[in-house]
Design a protein around this ligand. Sequence first.
Ligand code: FE2
Length: 173
Amino acid sequence: MRESTTRTNGPKEISWPEKSEAMRDISTTLNSALADMFTLYFKTKNFHWHITGSHFRDYHLLLDEQADQIFAATDAVAERVRKIGGTTIRSVAHIASLARLRDSNQDNVTPIEMLSDLHRDNERLTAYLREAHLVCTDYADVASASLLETLIDDSEKRTWFLVETTRETDGAH
Ligand SMILES: [Fe+2]
């Protein structure tokens, strides 16, 4: 076994074949997903704060629930990376460098545009989480895979709510 010679700051008890390669690949995919989650969290909060119109209360509350759910999951992902001996996100600049989802700095976004934007982002996040799941299962990292399964279900639920909410208001202003 050639493990534990290159890493001294991580747990020693996690063992699987090719540990250092697994740690690198799983950390990379989880940190990218984590950066996307922070980006989506902030965009969801942004729209929670700036949404207007006749459905204000419903949308404002829906987006707050979704933002809370995303934020609550970030800690588990970051700590998972640490548990396998990797390092995780350190700064807002680090998030910006890793995230594939994009912020929204636009003014005067309509409610439907906000919900549609979040719908697309949650769908993309689901795809990224599925990619990460494949990496984890390749290395038989069942704990990371299990965590991701929950996150995928959450992301699909957010998408479902956004789709249905948008459908209900099609054609309305
Ligand atoms: Fe709020």
